[in-house]
Design a binder for this molecule. Structure first.
Ligand code: TXA
Ligand code: MG
Length: 328
């Protein structure tokens, strides 16, 4: 049985984590599947619970930049980014410090580590109480749509983990932006590995131009090299997903943005007023709902209206492209 915990049960959640058990908890981006990052068995348990086909490096979560930077070598750019965007939806990939406490498996044996200080107050209080870095991928079975509510977590992982802390729906709704500062870009330039909750434009306003990993559409051949999590087919609902729809077949469900295409029997609007922040927060819940309802009503697929590529739109389009990618 998976315990359902509330905001008043953080001591219990922290005790479970310190005991090596797995606890899902809310962050502002998506729910994370947490385990003690210094405990090899807990880390192995995360991969097993998710059903990850291979060891894909995990993000470590901390209550403060000071705590995070104890485990990695933070340069001046990292300090500036942390000052501006932490706590928040930005993950920094940095070289592991010699004294790094995080188990090697959590970083998939790489000499770098991804670190983040989430903004959700429950997450921060929990991390403070646990006192060790917490490794946490999104709390879904591998390849499925990320969870933005405790109910989503239980759908995929109920019975496989010790507990989930219910903190209500996530406010950002797409995962953190992953930025590589470990010197893998040309002349050590920062490289955007995954668009996410902090828009690339905001990072470039601080650092100047940053490199981009290949866009999803072009990434199929090389996706597994730099960041093994960036596999192409991901966030996949059961129904096929068709992008950039400008018209609708009678048996298609509609994921709308702005004024909806006419004639949909089943529709979820990301944001009627065309607001990207609202759309990000409603994306994963919408995919899940259309998938379940559409399947129940015999729909053939999900048609998705175009979403602009600016700001949070880049993260939304990245997730939609993966949801629509050929299934491996
Ligand atoms: O918003 C988020 O980031 C959520 C919440 C729970 O914090 N977590 C999340 O974790 O999305 P996950 O495991 O689903 O995605 C982690 C991403 C993967 O694409 C992985 O390949 C990349 O970060 N990553 C982790 N460590 C890395 C490293 N050392 N080098 C390059 N990429 C890394
Ligand atoms: Mg994930």
């Amino acid at each position: 049985m998976t315990e359902l915990l509330g905001p008043g049960d953080l001591a219990r959640a922290a005790a479970l984590l310190r005991d090596g058990r797995l606890v899902a908890f809310p962050t502002e981006t998506v729910y994370g599947l947490g385990g003690d990052a210094t405990n090899a068995e807990a880390v192995a348990g995360i991969f097993a619970a998710k059903g990850r086909p291979h060891f894909n490096p995990l993000i470590c979560h901390y209550p403060s930049a000071e705590a995070a930077f104890a485990d990695v070598l933070a340069d001046e750019r990292a300090h500036r980014l942390a000052a501006q965007f932490w706590p928040g939806a930005l993950t920094l990939v940095l070289p592991r410090a010699a004294a790094c406490r995080v188990d090697l498996l959590a970083g998939a044996g790489l000499d770098t580590l991804a670190v983040r200080v989430p903004a959700n107050p429950l997450a921060r209080a929990l991390l403070r109480e646990v006192g060790v870095p917490v490794a946490a991928p999104s709390a879904n079975r591998s390849g499925q749509v990320s969870p933005t509510t405790a109910a989503h977590v239980l759908d995929g992982l109920g019975g496989r983990i010790a507990a989930v802390v219910d903190g209500g729906p996530c406010t950002v709704g797409v995962e953190s932006t992953v930025l590589d500062l470990a010197g893998n870009g040309p002349e050590g330039a920062a490289v955007l590995l995954r668009p996410g909750g902090v828009p690339a434009e905001a990072i470039e306003a601080l650092l100047g131009p940053i490199g981009r990993a290949l866009p999803v559409a072009a990434a199929a051949a090389t996706a597994s090299l730099r960041s093994p999590g960036l596999l192409l087919s991901h966030y996949a609902p059961g129904l096929p997903v068709r992008l950039d729809a400008i018209s609708l077949a009678p048996d298609e469900a509609l994921l709308a943005f702005g004024r909806p295409l006419p004639g949909a029997a089943l529709a979820w609007n990301l944001s009627e007023r065309g607001d990207l922040q609202e759309a990000a927060a409603r994306l994963f819940a919408g995919l899940r709902w259309l998938d379940a309802e559409g399947t129940r009503r015999g729909c053939r697929g999900i048609a998705v209206m175009p979403v602009p590529e600016t700001g949070l739109g880049a993260a939304i389009n990245d997730r939609l492209a993966r949801a629509a990618a050929p299934r491996g």
